[in-house]
Design a binder for this molecule. Structure first.
Ligand SMILES: Nc1ncnc2c1ncn2[C@@H]1O[C@H](COP(=O)(O)OP(=O)(O)OP(=O)(O)O)[C@@H](O)[C@H]1O
Ligand SMILES: Nc1nc2c(c(=O)[nH]1)N=C(CO)CN2
Length: 172
């Protein structure tokens, strides 16, 4: 028999908070308002505190064929927070926020009202079918690294290096 905890969470919370990093992206609809609403929803997550958010940054859409100047531009941002939610529960919470903003999963890397990715969870390495952390493409995405460096200039991606150095490498 599976046991469900009182607050409806499947995987037990951590006893001490972990610093998690969430990337946000929106290229359809009222992008700025959507990001502001999502920031608020992150601030109200259970077992979560100290939510710090970057300034939203307008970026060119990256598609499977490379940068697409003709696609709607994204607003990207990063939130750094402290949470006792287990990684799978945090990801489920992110999916619920996306769903509330009308996210429809269609093609990979397609246009979306709101995308939330879990970029890092402390320095933990997770490889499950539905969750890979650190996010496997974060280190090569300026649209993640630039807002992340804005909110946390000392950040590192476990196994990859300092965010500011990775960003510098992409610009060279
Ligand atoms: N670190 C992660 N953050 C978010 N989703 C993840 C992560 N690792 C694995 N996934 C899985 O990836 C699936 C697809 O996620 P999503 O639709 O956001 O992908 P995408 O934004 O199109 O592409 P990308 O993953 O390259 O950003 C999700 O259902 C989720 O289970
Ligand atoms: N500029 C930009 N391009 C993207 C983005 C994004 O957030 N910003 N997200 C994607 C899939 O996660 C694919 N392409």
């Amino acid at each position: 028999m599976s046991v469900r905890l009182a607050h409806g969470i499947g995987e037990a919370p951590r006893s001490t908070p972990v610093r998690a990093v969430v990337a946000l992206g929106a290229n359809l609809g009222e992008r700025a308002a959507t990001l502001e609403a999502a920031f608020d929803e992150l601030r109200h997550l259970a077992l979560t505190s100290d939510v710090r958010v970057s300034t939203p940054l307008e970026t060119i859409a990256v598609t499977l064929d490379g940068e697409d100047e003709d696609a709607p531009r994204y607003l990207n941002a990063v939130a750094v927070l402290r949470t006792r939610l287990a990684p799978a529960e945090l990801l489920a919470s992110l999916h619920r926020i996306e769903a509330r903003h009308g996210r429809v999963r269609r093609e990979r890397w397609g246009d979306r009202t709101l995308d939330l990715d879990l970029i890092a969870y402390g320095d933990e390495v997770i490889r499950r079918d539905d969750l890979v952390v650190p996010h496997p493409r974060a280190h090569e995405r300026a649209f993640v690294l630039a807002p992340w460096a804005d909110v946390d200039p000392d950040a590192e991606i476990p196994g990859r290096g300092r965010v500011v150095d990775l960003l510098e490498g992409l610009r060279r």
